[in-house]
Design a protein around this ligand. Structure first.
Ligand code: NDP
Ligand code: MG
Length: 372
């Protein structure tokens, strides 16, 4: 029996993880967090009877404490809960930068981190990888592209890799011009053609910032230099990503667009176990399309490559500013042009090399304060 700690249980990935846990008698939910979805927390407690439920916002009192098997905790308990290693694997599906400290604490205690929260690796990749190595922990990719690459690397010598090819659906604006895209509101951006996801990542998909963040994520996960990580638009989202080897052979991982497959693979630590989901039906697939990326239309991707190259606090600044601007775009307070301009301006922030979790969190706080 594997005990799972689930951070961000009320979200899109969180809900799909709960479904994977419910279907598999090898898994037991040890603890979970939500931020403010109190009624969802009640349902999860009733269905899964975990040992702990932790509320990260100040709404903890709304939940009460009258649960027989489940202890209710608050944000101040999060570090202790993670470090006590109540869970065999922690799946981090918190939203954006709020997931950074948790990823840090899991790896600092040598734990296994199933990582959906790409923002933590993007912002602190070098430091998190160093913690993983020093304390003998393990990062298990959950993001579908990285899971695909992980699967394509299995059984092959990583020295033989020529490049990684990340596929991108192209998001909601893939079929319109840059000019038209810049007039679009968040309600348009939220109409993702292939995936149903949380709000922030759906906006990031429309701006292709998500793919840029994934390039950074791939660099840290697999140690392949940015110039050997390509992105291609693949509108069907059936090929989740590919690895091209030095002999010219390309391995691709295919499947339906359902995050439960990569979640299941990560929680089983890349063991192939039965999973009863819909299967790809090749009789129904008439074509697989590919299209080069328009870098002028989507400047966010170039900013991500640049941030990775410059290193230091650049990725954290870019990522934090993106998060703030996406929130404003979602409230119709800014346009997409303002968002792209704001991302470019992130390179004007003073450069330094963060060395600790405190450095990272203080820098995030500083940026949020300055942008008020
Ligand atoms: P959602 O917005 O659906 O869910 C986010 C979760 O984080 C919720 O449980 C939410 O709680 C919680 N949360 C929100 N704010 C805070 C906070 N300040 N502190 C702690 N917890 C908070 O997001 P997704 O599930 O879509 O995405 C989660 C992560 O997974 C992201 O990093 C995303 O990039 C990544 N990812 C998502 C994919 C997808 O298909 N959705 C695919 C690949 C990666 P509450 O409900 O109470 O607000
Ligand atoms: Mg992805």
């Amino acid at each position: 029996m594997k005990k799972i700690g689930l951070l961000g249980a009320s979200g899109s990935i969180g809900s799909q993880t709960l479904d994977v846990i419910a279907r598999d008698s090898n898994f037991k939910l040890s603890y979970f967090t939500v931020n403010s979805s109190i009624s969802r927390a009640k349902e999860i407690i009733e269905e899964f009877k975990p040992d702990y439920c932790l509320i990260t916002s100040n709404k903890r009192n709304e939940l009460g404490s009258h649960y027989q098997n489940t202890k209710i905790l608050g944000l101040e308990d999060l570090e202790g809960l993670i470090k006590n290693q109540e869970a065999d694997i922690v799946l981090n599906a918190m939203m954006g930068m709020s997931g950074l400290a948790s990823s840090w604490w899991v790896l600092e205690t040598g734990g296994k981190l199933a990582l959906a929260n790409k923002e933590s690796l993007v912002s602190a990749g070098g430091l998190l990888k160093a913690l993983e190595k020093k304390h003998g922990g393990l990062i298990l990719p959950v993001d579908s592209e990285h899971s695909a690459i992980w699967q394509c690397l299995e059984g092959n010598n990583s020295q033989g890799v020529e490049k990684l090819i990340l596929t991108a659906s192209g998001g909601a604006f893939r079929d319109i011009s840059r000019g038209e895209m810049l007039t679009k509101k968040a309600s348009d951006a939220l109409k993702h053609p292939n995936w149903s996801m949380g709000l922030k990542i759906t906006i990031d998909s429309a701006t292709l910032m998500n793919k840029g963040l994934e390039v950074m994520e791939a660099y840290w996960l697999f140690g392949i230099e940015p110039e050997r990580i390509d992105v291609i638009i693949h509108r069907e989202s059936l090929i989740h990503s590919m690895v091209q080897y030095k002999d010219g052979s390309v391995l691709a991982q295919l499947g339906i667009s359902d995050m439960r497959q990569p979640i299941h693979y990560a929680l089983h630590e890349k063991n192939r176990r039965p999973l009863d989901l819909e299967r790809l039906d090749f009789n129904q697939i008439s074509s697989l399309n590919f299209q080069p990326l328009d870098h002028e239309k989507y400047p966010s991707l170039s900013y991500c490559y640049r941030a990775l190259e410059e290193g230091g606090n650049r990725p954290l600044c870019l990522n934090t500013i993106n998060e703030i601007l996406v929130e404003r775009y979602l409230k119709d307070q800014i346009s997409l042009r303002d968002l792209f301009d704001g991302l470019e301006a992130s390179f004007e922030e003073e450069f330094f090399e963060p060395k600790s979790l405190e450095d990272l969190l203080l820098e995030e706080e500083r940026i949020r304060r300055n942008m008020k």
